[in-house]
Write a protein that binds this ligand. Sequence first.
Ligand code: ZN
Ligand code: ZN
Length: 179
Amino acid sequence: MNFDLSSMNSYVLIATAFAAAFLATLWVSLIIWTIRDVRRRSKDPMARILAVLIVALLFLPGMLIYAILRPARTLDEEFQQSLEEEALLQTIEDIPLCPGCSRKVQHDWMVCPNCQTKLKKKCHHCKALMELPWNICPYCGTTVPGMRKETTPLEDMLPPITPTLFDDLEGQEQSTEVS
Ligand SMILES: [Zn+2]
Ligand SMILES: [Zn+2]
């Protein structure tokens, strides 16, 4: 009976020692994990100290509180997110809007399908799409017909109309002179 009791006591002692060692290791591990985790999630030194204190003082319940209150995203994830948002914003800004009805249109549309506003024009030489205010094709260098090039004299731009017009005028002048 005596022997049994002492052996029981020693078993309990060993078990208790193991449990204590396990709990102590768990406690230290939790603190180390919290230090690492909070470092990745917050730059605020106060928040870091507070997180470690909560876990150190309250142990597992403190761990639970930290898990609930910690920032959802790590600083890395937040940085990635901000980059993605910026990229998304950029693409949204890049989507052209119809000047007539402000709906989204594609870069290669010539006419708005909704309000039929003319959006682009085609180069008559290489058929590339051009912005409406452009007077010269950026792809092949052809000037838009009807637009005056600096070097082109006005008479060259209007060959079929001007001679007959001037002839008529001259004819009229001559006829008035004759009569
Ligand atoms: Zn439109
Ligand atoms: Zn062209």
